[in-house]
Write a protein that binds this ligand. Structure first.
Ligand SMILES: Cc1cc2nc3c(=O)[nH]c(=O)nc-3n(C[C@H](O)[C@H](O)[C@H](O)COP(=O)(O)OP(=O)(O)OC[C@H]3O[C@@H](n4cnc5c(N)ncnc54)[C@H](O)[C@@H]3O)c2cc1C
Length: 186
């Protein structure tokens, strides 16, 4: 049976959204929250449960240049360190986005209740190998479960439309833009 016949045999449902996010890890959840904040009608679709994927497995923490006036660290230095840490394999354009947005994301997660380690109210920044300045933010135990509990709570609090156990299988483009997408669920 070809794909079109299989699709026709299944019970089908059409969901409209301004923005479709695929993947219920940190990237998908943060993108969904940003699109929601911008006023879009968002659908977050993920093939496992929300909070599955690699994000929940993140063990140690995340790196960011926090805005500390007494430090000489700068995003430009972080970008160099990150590219060198990745043995030149990282895409510099993506590294730049990651570095430039990291501090805002830390502050957002902090406001959302992620329990970063702090001393007298200031983030503790630990040293990482190959980084010239301390910029590693940690939690007391594994970082990923805290991160995804925090983002999962925010997604649910905003009542963002969520489809778990639904796997994207096909995307149709029109004039280079996604016109519709297919997913199968359980
Ligand atoms: C063991 C481990 C430890 C790590 N430790 C750290 C750390 O300490 N610090 C750090 O910064 N990084 C760490 N990383 C890397 C970090 O976890 C990843 O870079 C990050 O989680 C990627 O986030 P993501 O949202 O892009 O992907 P993921 O969290 O993997 O999310 C992808 C999501 O997409 C869904 N998906 C995939 N295909 C489909 C489909 N066809 N349809 C629907 N859904 C789909 C998956 O089910 C999943 O939910 C670690 C990674 C691992 C594996």
């Amino acid at each position: 049976m070809d794909q079109e016949k299989i699709k026709a045999a299944w019970k089908q449902e059409t969901i409209q959204a301004d923005v479709l996010l695929v993947g219920g890890g940190a990237a998908g959840a943060i993108a969904a929250l940003s699109a929601f904040d911008a006023g879009a009608h968002v659908l977050l679709l993920t093939k496992g449960r929300l909070q599955s994927g690699c994000s929940r497995m993140a063990g140690s923490g995340m790196v960011a240049v926090m805005d500390r006036k007494d430090e000489e660290d700068k995003p430009e230095i972080h970008i160099e360190d990150s590219i060198s840490e990745g043995c030149g394999l990282k895409d510099p354009a993506l590294v730049e986005v990651m570095v430039r947005e990291a501090a805002d994301i830390v502050r957002y997660l902090d406001r959302e209740g992620l329990p970063f380690e702090k001393d007298a109210g200031r983030f503790i920044l630990a040293q990482r190998p190959k980084h010239r300045f301390p910029r590693h933010l940690c939690t007391q135990n594994s970082f990923g479960p805290h991160l995804m509990t925090c983002l999962g709570r925010a997604v649910k609090a905003q009542r963002i439309a969520l489809r778990e156990n639904a796997m994207l299988t096909d995307v149709h483009l029109e004039d280079g833009e996604v016109a519709d997408a297919w997913a199968v669920d359980q």
